[in-house]
Design a binder for this molecule. Structure first.
Ligand code: FES
Length: 108
């Protein structure tokens, strides 16, 4: 699930300027500001689903300070990276982290 940029739940409290950096999230190229962390860059782009915890259960950043682990993503092929603790870099490739297929194990 993505939010259109104008409907963001999160908004920067200050206007930040700096060198633009481009990264890839899933199949989309996104521009961020150098110095943003990965979670902030994704939230600014309207991306709120970072991983699934179990079948169809969407998760996204909660604490933004490295405590909750709800922001785990795959960065440059490495899983379990905390998006709120990683700084965005030019050319970074980020993917949503999917929970293993737990067929029937967590039926509601
Ligand atoms: S948002 Fe809580 S650890 Fe990243």
């Amino acid at each position: 699930m993505d939010f259109p940029r104008g409907d963001l739940m999160f908004r920067p409290v200050m206007t930040k300027t700096g060198r633009p950096v481009e990264f890839q999230f899933e199949d989309e190229i996104i521009t961020a500001i150098d110095g943003d962390n990965v979670a902030a860059a994704l939230l600014k782009a309207g991306k709120i689903q970072f991983r699934t915890a179990k079948k169809y259960d969407m998760r996204g950043p909660y604490c933004m300070m490295g405590v909750c682990f709800e922001c785990l993503v795959e960065i440059d092929g490495r899983p379990n990276q905390q998006a709120c603790q990683a700084m965005i870099r030019d050319g970074m490739q980020i993917r949503r982290q999917q929970a293993p297929d737990l067929d029937g194990e967590y039926e509601r």
